[in-house]
Design a protein around this ligand. Structure first.
Ligand SMILES: [Fe+2]
Length: 148
């Protein structure tokens, strides 16, 4: 059977990775080396700094209560999981600026990564697929183009 659209997209992104210029390594006290992204000396620094500064500055109890009042009515739209994943097709997360593909691809990449590392844990594959679906709220807040 020929791969479906989603499978082709997964295959298409399987060789894409984050920008290597933002990676650095660190050695922990127990001698284990780990890799993480550090934007300090990259072209992305100003945008990443602003994004996280805004998030941390505006994340107040009042803001969270306001968001609860807005979103927990579940009156914005109705969609199944794949519709939600499709809504992220053109969305790029500012907090992840060296990722040159949309969040839809990131969802499949996370799911496939989980499947590769833990083939026996189907719940983890699903978690990888859906972990960023909440970003649909950002799309709705920005351009209101989600249909009910
Ligand atoms: Fe993510």
């Amino acid at each position: 059977m020929a791969p479906g659209a989603h499978e082709r997209q997964v295959l298409d992104i399987s060789n894409k990775t984050h920008d290597e210029t933002a990676k650095t390594t660190s050695t922990s006290k127990n001698g284990q080396e780990s890799e993480f992204r550090d934007y300090e000396n990259t072209e992305h620094f100003d945008r990443v700094f602003k994004t996280y500064k805004d998030m941390h500055t505006n994340q107040t109890v009042a803001y969270v209560k306001e968001q609860h009042d807005n979103w927990l009515k579940f009156d914005k739209f109705s969609a199944n999981i794949m519709d939600m994943v499709d809504k992220l097709a053109d969305f790029k997360d500012e907090s992840d600026p060296d990722c040159d593909f949309a969040n839809k691809f990131h969802a499949f990449q996370a799911a496939e990564g989980a499947r590769k590392a833990h083939p026996d844990k189907d719940w983890l594959h699903l978690t990888g697929l859906i972990h960023d679906l909440g970003k649909v709220m950002g799309i709705l807040s920005l351009n209101k183009n989600l249909k009910r």
